[in-house]
Design a binder for this molecule. Structure first.
Ligand code: C2E
Ligand code: CA
Ligand code: CA
Length: 628
């Protein structure tokens, strides 16, 4: 029973006990009231008899004065408010009434007997002499005393009830707290994981502490492996939790088969396992075991339905060298595991000192990105590309922006690689595509002529299935033609990714979406190679532009790139243009579009819209150099 259930159980039992007590109290009070009433009747009867006995002589001898004196003694009984003595013929002979009370007894004798009303008891008894009635005595008693008594009893009962309830509550509260503490202690002390039957985190930490103690006493070392199951969430989502549990159990069994009996295996989190390779000091030996484990995960796991595919990302921390206490050993193994994930999963990584700080930021960025993506908390800014001939804005580049809640604005140069490793790049790409298409549609609706907007696509995105469909889908959703956008890819896409992806790029180009090769000149692509690619735009890397115009070599290179680009019918863009003089000599060299801080900083949508309505500067920078 967990804490809150325990709590409501106690509340319920307190409530029912309270109700029962109240009920009993009322019953008791009813009984008490009834018996007090009987006592009163008895007492009043006794008094009537006593008075009657003293009155017989006065009645018989018609001595009204004496009768008045005797009946007046009723005053000594505080409950009697009126008394009357009647002759045998029913006429009133004498009476007593307590001052302040309203007389009720009339001149004619009431019938013998007693009557309770809400406020009083009336009693009439014959006065007898030697078995013969000689008259009648009638008394009225107030019930005020009875009520006061009942109220007193009720008050003290309630007081007792409150005191005992308060006490009981305090006691049960303490018991409740103690029970909850005991329960969590029992749970914590339990050493086994229910799903897999392996040791749980608590047991594992105990084992790790023991190993560390042993090493500090006797020397030697062990390897701590932190294993995260890749793709387990997918298994859970697809097959449900029950199957998820079956797979976890099977994973535990497979781990056990690969390891020695002396090793410690535990499930320490949802899809996290940990292993201590006892007395394994050799890094190579630890790596070998990790390799075996990774390989063991490759074979799919049988479920009721389709087989489940998972993998292992393993972080290794050598203890005690890389972690002398439980906490740091686990943390460092975890960090190493994160690196294994970054390295593409299904592999292992060792912890080493320098990994620490860098990885923390990486972890922060990854976690922050996940949150940002869930909330679609990304922005896009735009940078203008101005034509050297018309002086107009003839192209735009969209650049993603992200603000980390703790680390502030983070450059896409830093977070894009993290997103790629963490498998988040597609989500980012989707959001950027959506934002850009939305903005273009908005600008068009506002009546602006919008030149093609370049969207950066990373190599990992190209490697993904369905990129072309994603792009066309976004365009269609916003009612845009393929000419509304263009795509920027780095050279590495073509070189590292091989032919397989070029087919998809062909598809994209065939749809009428222009493709630009970004950062040109940094890789080793030859211009001859470019001819066979489905690209139509070439962006000269900003490193060459930076050295213009002072550096003659850079100048020659840039001229050469422009000339050759034009020779194979490519539009040439220079990026990173920061000064008027750079703009001037690029225009001289025949470059088509210029992009950089000199032309315009990356700006938000309203600013871009202002720029697009503004007339082109009178002097188009540089000479008109026709594109071949
Ligand atoms: P890039 O495609 O080469 O983008 C140009 C970068 O140079 C941008 O940095 C831009 O702000 C900066 N820049 C523009 N003019 C100048 C200049 O005159 N001088 C200098 N020194 N720099 C200038 P940013 O925005 O930080 O982007 C960095 C890189 O991040 C981009 O390089 C691109 O590779 C990547 N990136 C940006 N947005 C996206 C995106 O939406 N998706 C993907 N996959 N990658 C993106
Ligand atoms: Ca770019
Ligand atoms: Ca670039």
């Amino acid at each position: 029973m967990n804490g809150s259930r325990l709590h409501s159980y106690w509340r319920l039992s307190m409530l029912s006990t309270g109700t029962a007590l109240l009920f009993a109290l009322l019953l008791l009070l009813g009984y008490h009231g009834y018996s007090k009433r009987e006592d009163l009747l008895q007492g009043l009867t006794m008094q009537a008899r006593l008075l009657g006995a003293n009155l017989t002589a006065a009645i018989v001898f018609e001595d009204g004065r004496t009768a008045g004196e005797i009946i007046g003694t009723a005053e000594s009984s505080p409950i009697i408010i009126e008394a009357g003595i009647y002759r045998l013929d029913g006429s009133l002979m004498a009476r007593f009434e307590r001052p302040g009370s309203t007389p009720v007894l009339g001149n004619v004798a009431p019938p013998a007997g007693h009557v309770f009303s809400l406020s009083e008891l009336r009693l009439s008894l014959p006065v007898r002499l030697e078995n013969r009635d000689v008259g009648l005595i009638s008394l009225r008693a107030s019930l005020d005393h009875l009520y006061i008594e009942l109220l007193r009893v009720f008050g003290s009962m309630v007081l007792i009830l409150i005191v005992s309830a308060t006490l009981g509550n305090a006691v049960s509260r303490r018991m409740r707290l103690q029970m909850a503490a005991a329960e969590s202690e029992i749970e914590r002390m339990a050493l086994y994981d229910r799903v897999t039957g392996l040791a749980n985190r608590h047991a594992f930490e105990l084992g790790l502490a023991q190993a560390l103690q042993r090493h500090s006493r006797e020397g030697g070392g062990s390897a701590l492996l932190f294993i995260d199951v890749d793709g387990f969430k997918k298994v859970n989502d697809r097959f449900g939790h029950q199957t998820g549990d079956i797979v976890l159990k099977a994973i535990g069994e497979r781990l056990g088969k690969t390891l020695r009996a002396s090793d410690i295996v535990a499930r320490i989190g949802g899809d996290e396992f940990a292993v201590i390779l006892t007395n394994t000091q050799s890094v190579d030996a630890a790596a070998l075991v990790a390799e075996n484990l990774v390989r063991s995960a490759a074979e799919p796991f049988a479920t009721g339905d389709a087989p489940a595919h998972i993998g292992f990302s393993i972080g290794i921390c050598m203890i005690p060298d890389d972690g002398a206490d439980v906490e740091s050993a686990l943390r460092n193994a975890d960090l190493a595991m994160y690196h294994a994930k970054q390295a593409g999963k299904n592999t292992h990584r060792f912890f080493s000192e320098h990994l620490g700080a860098k990885t923390q930021r990486g972890l922060d960025i990854e976690a922050g990105l996940r949150r940002a993506l869930a909330q679609r908390d990304l922005k896009v800014v735009y940078q203008a590309q101005r034509s050297t001939r018309s002086g107009r804005i003839e192209g735009i580049e969209a650049l993603v922006r992200w603000h980390h809640p703790q680390h502030g604005p983070i450059s896409p140069m830093e977070f894009i690689p993290v997103a790629e490793e963490a498998g988040l790049i597609r989500a980012i790409g989707d959001i950027v595509l959506e934002l850009v298409c939305g903005d273009i549609a908005g600008m068009k609706a506002a009546g602006l002529a919008v030149p093609p907007v370049a969207i950066n696509v990373s190599a990992r995105q190209v490697a993904q299935q369905g990129l072309a469909a994603d792009i066309l889908g976004a365009l269609a959703r916003h009612g845009l033609t393929p000419q509304a956008i263009k795509i920027e890819l780095t050279e590495s896409v073509f070189i590292d990714q091989g032919d397989t992806h070029i087919g998809m790029l062909d598809d994209i180009a065939a749809q009428g979406i222009e493709i630009a090769i970004d950062d040109f000149g940094t890789g080793y692509s030859s211009l001859a190679y470019l001819r066979d690619l489905p690209i139509s735009i070439l962006k000269i890397d900003m490193r060459f532009i930076r050295d213009l115009p002072g550096n003659a070599e850079a100048m020659a290179l840039v001229r050469g790139i422009i000339a050759m680009g034009h020779a194979i019918d490519l539009l040439v863009i220079a990026e990173g243009v920061e000064s008027a003089i750079q703009a001037e000599c690029l225009a001289q060299a025949g470059c088509d579009l210029l992009q950089g801080y000199h032309i315009g900083l990356p700006m938000d949508l309203p600013e871009l819209m202002e720029l697009l309505v503004a007339p082109a500067p009178a002097q188009a920078s540089g000479s008109a150099h026709d594109r071949q």
